[in-house]
Ligand binder design. Structure first.
Ligand SMILES: C[S@@+](CC[C@H](N)C(=O)[O-])C[C@H]1O[C@@H](n2cnc3c(N)ncnc32)[C@H](O)[C@@H]1O
Length: 894
């Protein structure tokens, strides 16, 4: 990464940016493509993944996921070069000039036009504007992480600096601003650019801003996210104490937003009472989510890997002796897999793939996921159902069906007075269903053969035509319907045979692209006002097991298909596992409908085996100690056959173990002088139950700890792929006086206020040198007392705190403005244990704060010292026994 443009603007290039987005295009390079190492591409993968649902779709999802769908150009090697552009040179708007074999994706699909015209999601007069906006690239958008230490600095830099400098780059014919805060997002924290992501990448004049976005995104100070995708978490009205379930969470942009909200008012050294459980069925996408949310450094997150429609329900006690505790949530985000046609502007290959069957195929899964979400929601809690699709079969039809099934126990909320400034349209009350080229206005017209694919709940009334008429639903046809304009094609259809919903679906919200130059989205906000009817409640099909001599009863939810399949695999392939897991298997036997040893039903077994082999592929990245803390593989070993599989209930996933080794905990407390006010007991966990070998120790919040305890008591129903904040890491130390565990950078912010030993206070000059050169000899410190104090510390990990400007007292109280880094005290020098990107960011932010002119020069020195260090050629100072590169926070490349 190269930052050269912080000074004067680069010399003009022969590119004129026309902000009129009709002229914007994006293009991609295949087959090599852009790869996932670029975090900016994460968002396009979000779009790329929306299709698909259960296990069988796993591979397709992953295939889509690997493709960059940000672009409207594709490569055609056989295509003759187009005529030269009159300007004589390549432009951002005309990538074919750069590479004559590029040609645009077709941004049209007659089936799409016909479908949405018929559904009348926009009025006839608006159609042209709607469709032409859909064909334009999506303006880039991002969010400042409100809980980041430098969020104020970043907002101010945007408002004061970039808003002006970008304006100068824009040749804006429509008077639109080059960059503006989204009016509906609180606190000027979300911004929309009038440039597409392609323009940002390709235009040299925007290079500095692009670098800024990349760097801040990597650090976690900002998150690049489509504007409309930021809406659902806002409608959840989250409070810091809420327990939140994000049912289909990967790649995690909304999870990150939810975590930001619960951490909003947290002071250093404190944790909020709330937590987020982020779940996704796809283990690889879970890893992406973990990578994304790692930037948040939170102890209040659990990542799980379940089919959302079978998310385990856990309840404990209730026998009078033990207080009943249940895993229920104050808030549920149900951002379900969908056809994704609302993301056409950033994923234009959907134009080619789109067909009406995509939405139909997902409807039942969407209903099942939403119903499970409502079952897991506390009475009084809110659930947001959302999709990035415009299709009523995936939207209003799903909401209508869950309202019907809940029989009045759930209310669709009118949130029209929330998020002022967000332009949204009311939900539809009537729509049609398309199947194999035919339109159906009522379920009764669907042939018997097609009734397995086209179900009643896809229709507005969700009932047979006869029932609809009896209920007088037709009276509502023109009452407040959104799509009230007469249908041309309705002339042939008998009005009396059309279905219409009697539910208040106008309370749903549809965001369409041309209202505020965005993508499309659908959102419904639901509140649970009483327990669900018995057949939909959380304890449906539960089995009771007597535990602890019958004192407690653990009600276990029905096994999901995956779990059953795994049992089959265990029994058929690994006798060792059978031996070790006899209890688990016999428990499962009780619960399962699938005969485990009986081959009578070979079909079932075949189906299961298919699921298993898919799952095997997915789990090529086992979540074990050989992966980094995110479950992203960092070693070469295929761990699938590791013994660890036998330790946990979930194949390929290391068990979560409370870390209770008192010798190690006490050594940490003594070495760092950890105050008794910082609760360690019961808050430390590992993924490896051999305590002598524990490499990383994670800290979990009280709320997470309680869920872990509950989960352990009921036999580990939750398949946890990641949790906790990495706080300590094992360190190879030669000196016996040193502690074998160092504090990790992400853990420092939490534990720092409770440390009383191994702390140094540095003036800016020395702090700056540390960041720039990564290691400084004691004799080289500008502040010689600092050098002496550093030399007097015990060898090993220590913390260096920046003196607040003008304050040289060492009696500093940690507050939100305290800046501290983890270092290593060697024989003759101090070296930092901060990743190069974090060091760079910190250096820049500090120098900007202090009004230093030549930030670029400092960054250059830093980059050179990192290069030297990485190459291990000539370290800037004496080499310490600690390999700082190895000890640095691992840079995970996805
Ligand atoms: C629309 S995306 C979610 C986007 C995510 N909420 C965000 O903001 O980053 C849908 C996700 O659902 C997941 N998914 C598909 N079927 C699922 C199921 N049955 N249970 C849980 N997750 C599922 C997909 O893997 C995908 O990651």
């Amino acid at each position: 990464m190269h930052l050269t443009s912080l000074g004067p603007k680069p010399s003009p290039i022969p590119i004129q940016i026309h902000l009129k987005t009709s002229q914007q295009t994006a293009f991609r390079k295949t087959p090599t493509g852009f790869n996932l190492a670029n975090p900016l591409l994460l968002l396009s993968h979000q779009a790329a993944s929306v299709m698909g649902g259960g296990q069988k779709r796993g591979r397709t999802q992953r295939r889509h996921f690997k493709q960059n769908r940000d672009n409207v150009w594709k490569h055609n090697p056989n295509k003759a070069p187009p005529a030269a552009h009159p300007s004589g040179g390549p432009t951002v708007e005309n990538p074919t000039e750069e590479n004559p074999t590029w040609q645009p994706f077709a941004t049209q699909n007659p089936g799409f036009d016909e479908y949405y015209k018929e559904q009348r999601i926009v009025g006839q007069k608006e159609w042209d504007e709607f469709i032409s906006t859909l064909r334009k690239p999506l303006p880039a958008a991002f969010r400042i992480n409100a809980s980041a230490q430098f969020s104020e600095d970043i907002r101010s830099q945007l408002e004061k600096e970039f808003a002006k400098s970008l304006e100068a780059e824009a040749n804006n014919e429509n008077g639109e601003k080059a960059i503006r805060p989204l009016p509906w997002y609180p606190g000027n924290l979300a911004w929309q650019l009038n440039f597409s992501r392609m323009q940002l990448r390709k235009n040299q004049a925007l290079e500095r801003f692009h670098e800024f976005l990349k760097q801040e995104n990597e650090i976690g100070n900002i998150t690049r996210q489509e504007a409309v995708s930021m809406v659902p978490p806002l409608f959840l009205n989250v409070l810091p104490e809420h327990h939140i379930l994000d049912m289909c969470a990967a790649p995690g942009s909304k999870t990150f937003q939810l975590l930001e909200i619960i951490h909003g008012c947290t002071k250093p050294g404190q944790l909020p009472d709330g937590l987020v459980i982020a779940n996704d069925v796809d283990v690889q996408r879970c890893n992406l989510l973990i990578h994304q949310t790692k930037r948040m450094s939170t102890a209040n997150l659990i990542v799980t890997n379940h089919e959302a429609q079978h998310f385990p329900g856990i309840s404990m006690g209730g026998d009078g002796q033990v207080e009943k505790s249940q895993l229920l949530f104050d808030r549920v985000l149900c951002d379900v897999p969908c056809s994704g046609d609302g993301t056409l502007r950033k994923a234009p290959d959907i134009w080619r793939k789109w067909n009406a069957g995509m939405g139909n195929g997902l409807h039942c899964l969407q209903v099942a996921i939403a119903m499970r979400g409502l079952a897991l929601l506390k009475v009084g809690g809110r659930m947001v159902y959302s999709t990035c699709s415009m299709n009523p079969v995936e939207n209003e039809a799903v909401v209508a069906e869950i309202l019907r099934r809940c029989e009045g126990s759930v209310e669709l909320l009118d949130v029209s007075n929330e998020l002022a400034g967000l332009v949204r349209r009311p939900g539809l009350k009537t729509w049609k269903v398309r199947d194999r080229g035919s339109w159906f206005t009522t379920y009764k017209d669907v042939s018997v053969q097609r009734r397995s694919a086209i179900v009643q709940s896809m229709f507005p009334s969700g009932q047979s035509w006869k029932e609809t008429v009896n209920e007088g639903a037709m009276n509502h046809l023109t009452e407040g319907s959104v799509n009230e304009e007469p249908r041309e094609s309705d002339a042939s259809a008998k009005l009396g045979e059309m279905e219409v919903s009697v539910l208040q679906l106008e309370r749903c919200m549809r965001i369409v692209p041309h209202d505020q130059n965005s993508g499309a989205f659908f959102i419904a906000v639901l509140q649970k006002i009483s327990p669900l009817p018995a057949n939909h409640s959380i304890n449906k099909q539960t089995k009771s097991k007597q535990r602890d001599g019958g004192r407690m009863s653990a009600k276990l939810e029905e096994e999901s298909e995956i779990q059953k399949a795994e049992s089959v695999l265990e029994i058929n392939t690994d006798s060792k596992i059978i031996e070790q897991n006899t209890e688990t298997i016999s428990e499962k036997k009780d619960q399962e409908a699938v005969p485990l040893s009986d081959n009578n039903d070979s079909k079932i077994i075949e189906e299961k085996t298919e699921t298993i082999s898919e799952k095997k592929d997915q789990e090529a990245v086992p979540l074990s100690d050989n992966n980094d803390e995110n479950g992203v593989q960092i070693g070469k070993t295929d761990n699938r056959k590791r013994k660890l599989q036998m330790q946990g209930k979930w194949r390929g996933v290391d068990p979560v173990v409370f870390f209770t080794d008192e010798t190690i905990i006490n050594s940490i407390i003594t070495f760092y002088g950890v105050s008794a006010n910082f609760p360690l007991a019961g808050h430390l966990v590992t993924r490896n139950d051999e305590s002598t070998n524990v490499k990383r120790i994670y800290y979990v919040s009280r709320s997470v700890r309680e869920i872990l305890e509950l989960n352990l008591q009921v036999g580990q129903r939750l398949k946890i792929t990641s949790l906790g904040l990495k706080i300590f890491e094992r360190q190879t130390v030669k000196d016996e006086a040193a502690c074998a565990y160092r504090i990790s950078s992400e853990g420092l912010q939490l534990i720092f206020p409770y440390l009383t030993k191994q702390i140094l206070y540095a003036p800016f000059s020395d702090f700056e040198h540390l960041l720039k050169y990564r290691a400084v000899k004691f004799v080289d410190f500008v502040d010689s007392t600092l050098g002496q104090k550093a030399s007097a510390l015990l060898p090993g990990c220590c913390v260096v705190v920046l003196h607040q400007v003008g304050n040289n007292s060492t009696d500093l109280k940690a507050d939100a403005s305290t800046i501290a880094i983890v270092c290593w005290k060697g024989k003759s020098n101090l070296s930092i244990m901060v990743s190069p990107s974090d060091a760079k960011e910190l250096l820049e932010r500090l120098e900007i704060r202090l009004g230093k002119k030549d930030v670029t020069a400092s960054v250059k020195v830093l980059e050179e010292s990192v290069l030297l260090e990485d190459d291990s050629v000539v370290p800037p100072h004496d080499v310490e026994p600690v390999n700082t590169t190895e000890n640095m926070e691992e840079e995970v490349t996805i």
